[in-house]
Design a protein around this ligand. Structure first.
Ligand code: ZN
Length: 66
């Protein structure tokens, strides 16, 4: 038994044990993919889109923020 619960990478909510959805996703600053936990399918897709956007923006823009 462990009290440690995974958090959804997208909404940061704790996920009930056994309800985690694992997905290999791209991570900014990391080459390749990593297995991450999400609370629902929607959030795997939302996260992937967000990362795509982030990667696009970081390529075209010079600064990291603003
Ligand atoms: Zn979520």
């Amino acid at each position: 038994m462990t009290l440690f619960r995974k958090k959804c990478l997208y909404c940061k909510k704790k996920i009930e044990k056994g309800k985690e959805i694992f997905r290999d996703v791209k991570t900014p600053g990391f080459i390749g993919t990593k297995e991450k936990a999400f609370c629902c399918e929607e959030h795997t897709e939302s996260y992937e889109k967000e990362v795509e956007e982030h990667l696009k923006n970081s390529k075209s823009g010079g600064s990291c923020c603003g």
